[in-house]
Design a protein around this ligand. Sequence first.
Ligand code: ZN
Length: 221
Amino acid sequence: MKAYQVKDAWEEETVIVFAKGGAEARRKGAKQLGIDFEEVSSCTRTPSFDKYAGQGGIPAEAYINAGWWLECSGCYAKIDDDFCTPPSDAENAAGYAAEHGRPWSPPVFAGPDVWCCQDCKTDYERRRRAEKRARDALPRYLRRYFPGTVFVSGSASEFRKGDRNAFVHFSFPGSKWTADLTVRACQSSVRNGRDKGRLMVSQQDVDAWQAFRGLPKEAAA
Ligand SMILES: [Zn+2]
């Protein structure tokens, strides 16, 4: 397997794929980019990445060393070779601090991911943990406020430090579609169930929902 660099027609995104030949690389690249085969603008050999074939991915550091830039997994800062190089003197250090709002510290690499600094990685991991806790609390939350419904899936994301949007998809007796519940809540209120959120039930399921909740027909959701 050889490494190929595949670009989209708008030259906005480039991916590296491994393939036996150009046609296969083009097909794989298009799939990864989420575009049609005809929308690939170029597909060229990049032998410097050949050694990563069959290794389950290219380390972020290898991209940087080859002159690419990547986004920080935590804050989307642009990370290139310059960014990874310590300032050469006090003036450069001051320039860096002014531009980035913090003194230079080395980016942190982990497999295919890179973070602009250790603090950003720590914060990213804290967010992921908090989101997981919020997600894990959703079935319990649903049982408490809408007993008798069936949890289908849920997700949670932080939109501001400490605040989360949580989404719950669930079914209920007689429903044709899953109903969606959006809870804009901090994690503690998802956990404590103080915020009842915004409920969306399919138009076709409104009667079934009202019957299930024992609501009179006039009190349309
Ligand atoms: Zn960052």
